[in-house]
Design a protein around this ligand. Structure first.
Ligand SMILES: Nc1ncnc2c1ncn2[C@@H]1O[C@H](COP(=O)(O)OP(=O)(O)OP(=O)(O)O)[C@@H](O)[C@H]1O
Length: 440
C-alpha cells in the first residue's frame, strides 16, 4: 500500500502542475482537461438545469412507477412497481457540446411550441446554472437553437493594436466570440457611435483613424468640441470643421461633390463609383463627426435656419453618399429624437450601430433600435471599469459585445503625421473630376 504522505505529495504536485498549465497555456489546458470535464458535467446536469430554467415540457410516457400495494399484517404499506403512462418532464435534445475559444457551444432541438426567444429569455438563468460569464442564443435554422457559453469575459483584456485591412475596412477591436471587430464602410457605409462620457467613443475613432490613415482615403473631421479632438490629427485630414458654420460650408462642398460624382457615374453608366474604371474612380471620403448633438442644438430661434440647413445637408450625404464614396462615422453622447426630426432621419440611415456604456436606457434603445431586448440589457450592463466595451449591431443582423483596441491619442497623432503625405488637399478633391468618361 502506498505511503499516504507520498500519495499526498503526488496529488499536491499534480494539482500544482495543472494550475501552472492552466495559467501558462490556458487554451491547451481547456481543450485537454477543462473541456472534457465540462462537457460531461453539461450533459449530466442538462435535465435538471433545463427543468430549473423552464425549458422542459410535460409529455405522456410509459414509465416504471412505484404505487402503493398490499397492506402487510404489520400495517406497513408495501409498494410495487408498475409500468404505466404518466406525465414526465422532457428536456430538449442536446448534441454533445463543442469546445470554442472561450467556452463551449451546444445545439439543441427545440420542443414543440418553443421558439429561440424562450431560450434567450432563459439565457441568464442558464449562465448562472452553468457558472459561466454569459450564454448567447442563436438559431441557425427552424427547430434548432445554439447556446454559446463564454466562461470568462474575453473583453477584460485584449490585444494591443489594430491591424491594417483592405480598402475602407479596419479591424478596430475584438468581438466577445474572439473574432475580429471590423468596420467595413463598403458593407455598412454609415455608423453611429454612441455612449456616455468616458465610455470609449474617441478611442474607437482613434482606432479607426489609425486603420484608415495608411489607406488611399480622404479623411474629413467635423469636431464640434471646438476642434480639441481632431486638430492633432489635422496632418492626415483633408478638411476639418470645428464650428457649426464651418460644418455647414463643408457639407455644402460634400453635397456638391456628390452631385459631381453622380454626374460622372451617370455618364459612365455606372451605378456607383466602384463600377467606374479604376482610373476614373474618385477618392473615397470618410467623414468623422464628433459630438453630433451639437449640430442640432438650438440656443435661440436665430439658429433655426442654420440647423435646418446643416441637418438637411448631412441627411443628403447619408442618403446618397454610399454610392458616391462618402461615408459617415458619427459619434455622440445622445442621439435622441428630442434633438429634432433631422437626427431621427439620420439615425435611420446609419445601419452600423455601436452602443458603448450608457447612463440611461433611452440612449441604448435609440442607438440599437429594434434589436433584441437582450442587446439593450447587455448595453446597460457594461461596467465603467471596461471603457471601450460596446454592443455592436453587425451587417449579419446579429449583435455582439466587443471591445476596441486601446489606442492612445499619441499613437493616433503619430499615425496622422506618418501618413500626412497620403492626405489629398481638399481643393484637389473638389476639383479633381475625371475628364474622359469613356475610358475603359
Ligand atoms: N478599448 C479600451 N481599452 C482600454 N481603455 C480604454 C479603451 N477605450 C477607452 N479607454 C480609456 O477610457 C477613457 C475614456 O475614453 P474616451 O476618451 O475614448 O471616451 P469618450 O467616450 O470619448 O469620452 P468623452 O465623451 O468624455 O470624450 C480614456 O482614458 C481611454 O484611455
Amino acid at each position: 500500500m502506498p505511503d499516504p504522505l507520498v500519495l499526498l505529495a503526488v496529488l499536491a504536485a499534480t494539482a500544482a502542475g495543472l494550475c501552472a498549465w492552466r495559467h501558462w497555456h490556458h487554451r491547451s489546458y481547456w481543450l485537454i482537461v477543462g473541456y472534457p470535464l465540462t462537457a460531461l458535467s453539461v450533459i449530466g446536469t442538462w435535465r435538471k438545469i433545463a427543468h430549473g430554467c423552464g425549458l422542459t415540457k410535460k409529455r405522456q410516457r410509459f414509465w416504471f412507477t412505484t404505487v402503493p400495494g398490499l397492506v402487510a399484517s404489520t400495517g406497513v404499506v408495501r409498494v410495487k412497481r408498475k409500468f404505466q403512462r404518466i406525465s414526465v418532464d422532457t428536456k430538449p435534445f442536446m448534441w454533445p457540446p463543442c469546445p470554442t475559444r472561450y467556452g463551449w457551444r451546444v445545439t439543441l432541438h427545440t420542443l414543440e411550441g418553443q421558439i429561440p426567444a424562450d431560450y434567450a429569455e432563459a439565457a441568464e438563468r442558464l449562465a448562472h446554472s452553468w457558472g459561466v460569464h454569459a450564454v448567447r442564443v442563436t438559431s441557425p435554422r427552424p427547430g434548432r437553437v445554439v447556446l454559446a457559453a463564454t466562461i470568462r469575459d474575453p473583453l477584460i483584456k485584449i490585444d494591443p493594436s489594430p491591424t491594417p485591412g483592405d480598402l475602407l475596412k479596419v479591424t478596430v477591436g475584438r468581438l466577445e466570440t474572439g473574432g475580429p471587430w471590423t468596420i467595413d464602410f463598403r458593407t455598412v457605409p454609415h455608423w453611429l457611435n454612441a455612449g456616455a462620457t468616458q465610455s470609449g467613443k474617441s478611442n474607437l475613432a482613434n482606432a479607426l483613424l489609425i486603420g484608415l490613415a495608411p489607406q488611399p482615403v480622404a479623411l474629413v473631421g467635423f469636431d464640434l468640441k471646438g476642434g480639441v479632438e481632431f486638430t492633432p490629427y489635422a496632418p492626415r485630414l483633408s478638411a476639418l470643421a470645428t464650428t457649426r458654420a464651418e460644418c455647414g460650408d463643408l457639407l455644402n462642398d460634400l453635397v456638391a461633390l456628390m452631385n459631381d460624382r453622380m454626374g460622372v457615374c451617370r455618364m459612365a453608366s455606372a451605378r456607383n463609383i466602384w463600377q467606374l474604371p479604376p482610373a476614373m474612380r474618385p477618392t473615397p471620403i470618410v467623414v468623422l463627426v464628433d459630438e453630433l448633438a451639437e449640430l442640432y442644438l438650438m440656443a435661440d430661434k436665430s439658429e433655426k435656419d442654420e440647423i435646418a440647413h446643416t441637418s438637411t445637408a448631412l441627411l443628403r450625404v447619408a442618403q446618397l453618399g454610399r454610392a458616391f464614396g462618402i461615408y459617415l462615422f458619427c459619434c455622440g453622447e445622445r442621439v435622441g429624437s428630442d434633438l429634432g426630426p433631422g437626427v431621427t432621419a439620420l439615425r435611420a440611415q446609419c445601419s452600423g450601430r455601436i452602443c458603448h456604456r450608457v447612463n440611461d436606457p433611452e440612449t441604448a434603445t435609440m442607438t440599437l433600435g429594434d434589436l433584441d431586448p437582450a442587446a439593450l440589457a447587455s448595453a446597460r450592463a457594461i461596467p465603467a471599469e471596461t471603457p471601450g466595451v460596446a454592443i455592436v449591431a453587425s451587417a449579419d443582423g446579429q449583435w455582439y459585445r466587443a471591445r476596441s483596441f486601446y489606442v492612445t491619442e499619441q499613437a493616433a497623432e503619430h499615425a496622422a503625421r506618418t501618413y500626412a503625405d497620403l492626405a489629398p488637399a481638399w481643393t484637389d478633391i473638389m476639383t479633381a473630376q475625371p475628364q474622359d468618361t469613356h475610358a475603359s
